[in-house]
Design a protein around this ligand. Structure first.
Ligand code: ZN
Length: 292
């Protein structure tokens, strides 16, 4: 049985028996206090209402439609049936049965998830049979869609630095444990420590496509670059550019601030790199794009 068949079978089992009843029993009661309730025990059920679509349900739970289809093989044609029930995971991701002879550490490596994060998300079980593997680097509601797909599909190398001098990384990109709540979350960018008022600059030439308040990002500037790449600068104090403006590398965009819902109270720049895909703007690890 190949992997996708296994996953499908697993999902069918999940659909038939319900996750909560199936997985609650596999929970270790002696797990350390610091561990979360396993992600598999935190699935919700959603009964499809009149007028709902796969997209609207995904949006409501801040998930991608891909995640919903993975968890609910019955909707793989993209259609939902009024009255049917969907399994709703706490994050984007997939359910994986650990192949015999393998460990969850090997699964973490295969799916490029930090081993300690996978461990905590799954309730710190020493030897789980089935794990939830988070896959959260996709923005479910892309703020900006490209008016036309990028014509240049070659990898264009962009490198620059969004601050005037190299800053300490408060939190890197990827799955992280929130410093205050202890919850796992996907950090879609990198937090660079800098005092309020520090200059924030464009890492490469491009067009400003967003320059205003946006939810937890606070004051946000987004630049679209050539090659289907995008950079985002969040929690700004002041914005000094406007939508439609062309900027060059090093141009002033605004200043570091604490607007929105920053993860840390220490002032920092939340910096993101994203690339255009069928699923929207997918977050990338900014590290590869940073060069002072
Ligand atoms: Zn951040």
């Amino acid at each position: 049985m190949n992997f996708s068949h296994r996953l499908l079978l697993l999902c069918s089992l999940v659909g038939t028996f319900g996750l909560t009843s199936t997985f609650v029993h596999s929970r270790r009661v002696d797990a350390a206090d610091t561990c979360q309730t396993p992600a598999l025990s935190r699935f919700q059920r959603h009964q499809v209402q009149n007028g709902e679509t796969l997209e609207s349900i995904a949006q409501r739970y801040n998930l991608t439609t891909t995640t919903l289809v993975n968890m609910n093989p019955a909707v793989s044609n993209g259609q939902v049936t009024v009255g049917s029930e969907l399994q709703i995971p706490p994050y984007n991701g997939i359910v994986v049965e650990i192949p015999s002879g393998q460990t969850w550490r090997q699964v973490a490596e295969k799916y490029q998830v930090r081993a300690d994060t996978l461990f905590e998300i799954n309730g710190c079980q020493p030897d789980p049979r089935i794990v939830f593997v988070p896959a959260g680097n996709v923005s479910p509601n892309p703020l900006i869609r490209q008016s036309s797909p990028p014509t240049d599909t070659q990898a264009i190398s962009i490198s620059g630095y969004p601050l005037e001098s190299v800053a300490t990384v408060l939190m890197p990109y990827g799955w992280q444990i929130h410093p205050t709540t202890g919850e796992a979350f996907f950090h879609s960018g990198m937090d660079l420590l800098a005092p309020v008022g520090s200059s924030v600059q464009a890492i490469a030439p491009g067009t400003i496509v967003f320059a205003e308040q946006q939810g937890s990002y606070g004051q946000l500037v987004i630049i679209n670059h050539s090659g289907g790449l995008q950079s985002r600068y969040a929690h700004l104090n002041e914005i000094q550019v406007a939508v439609g403006e062309q900027v060059n590398q090093g141009d002033l965009l605004g200043t570091v601030g604490t607007t929105g819902e920053p993860t840390f109270t220490e002032p920092h720049l939340h910096f993101e790199m994203r690339s255009s895909s069928d699923l929207g703007w997918v977050a990338k690890d900014p590290q590869g794009y940073l060069q002072d």
